[in-house]
Design a protein around this ligand. Sequence first.
Ligand SMILES: [Zn+2]
Ligand SMILES: [Zn+2]
Ligand SMILES: [Zn+2]
Length: 129
Amino acid sequence: MEKQRRNTKGKQLVMEVFQHEAGALCHADIVQRLAGKVDRVTVYRILQGFFDEGVVHKISAENGKTYYALCHDCSAGQHADNHAHFYCMGCKTVLCLEVTGQPPQLPQGYSAAEASWLISGYCPSCNAV
Ligand SMILES: [Zn+2]
Ligand SMILES: [Zn+2]
Ligand SMILES: [Zn+2]
């Protein structure tokens, strides 16, 4: 019971971190923001749970890190995120791009399980330097 309550509290805290952030976050970012409140293993489990529930989606960035961002219209076990992502090579931040279009047509006989489009470059603040 006690453990269950702690878990719920942790989920709430992780959710708040996402809600206050414009871009996507990696595991380390979240751990850093919740230092002293939620430990890294719990953060990892919560992220995995959120992913399974269709709350967050994963983005694999060029730096080998996995980032997480809130989903809009996903349900448990079924992600429908078909937007592209932007990875800033300067400040290493990842942003969801709300540009949707028709996904590329696959040749006959192929079926898609996952799609991730990543555009790398520099964000406005890095461009300004
Ligand atoms: Zn999703
Ligand atoms: Zn940047
Ligand atoms: Zn996204």
